[in-house]
Ligand binder design. Sequence first.
Ligand code: RI2
Length: 306
Amino acid sequence: MMGLEEFEGLSPREIAEKIESMEIRGAADIARAGAYALNRSVKEYPGDDLEGLKAELESCAEMLRSTRPTAVSLKNAIEYVMHTGAEDTQELKEKIKKNSSEFVEKSLQAGDDIAEYGGKRINDGDVILTHCNSSMALGAIKYAWDEGKEISVIATESRPKKQGYITVRELSDHGVPVTLIVDSAVRYKMEEVDKVYVGADTIASNGAVINKIGTSQVALCAHESRVPVSVCAETYKFSRETAFGDLVEIEERDASEIADPEEFPGVQISNPVFDATPSEYIDSIITEEGVISPGGAYRIIKEMER
Ligand code: RI2
């Protein structure tokens, strides 16, 4: 997980560019970076024109929202920070500052709680399979390891950006025995696996989990082998809009992340980077509010209103 010090000194535009290029990535990190960027955008606003400041804030929010369309964590962070009712510029600046640091604190605390709840559900001797690089899923795995459980991890490479490399380095640095596999080895390796732990970018009101492309295949293989799938996700990754019929946009990134298009003239290259895992393939969602079944997603969404 990135701390705020890593965004220190970056302008809102630089943060947006880093989110878009995935230098800042992971649904939790981009949410905290977004909260930081909004505070930065109002902090240095000169003068006391309230409407001008509001316009500045809205254009910063729009720039951030347009970077990565799938992770609702970023949109929810923006909404949390911008939930103000200020009468003058000073008050607006103070409220944005307060909301921004409150969001970051809550997000970090949620990470700690999820690590504990998720870690407690891992047994001594478990082999855990994880996909991509989720700070929430890895938090739970590290918690179990720190509790003295002799566990090991199988981590997918996670094409095309290979965030699995970050996962294996992170776990190995923590002392956790870890094996790297290509994404297509998941079904073959599933017979060795006791539990699947993954993160989420967005959770829909029907309990479907939108996470890195390939997660639904991992979950399908786990389901076939009766291996339970746990999703580690903070409540700000639940999408209120999906309760009112909105569909989650799946980000399509540049073809060059997969292959050089010039080497394949006449060939279309498609690079969707997320997919939706239906709720029937998910056993539990581990949130900071507690462990729920996917069927509890709607209740979490209703409780998000403030
Ligand atoms: P945490 C990532 O998205 C992965 O899909 C990962 O599973 C998810 O965010 C959640 O990560 P990307 O930014 O919030 O790599 O648990 O596309 O760290």
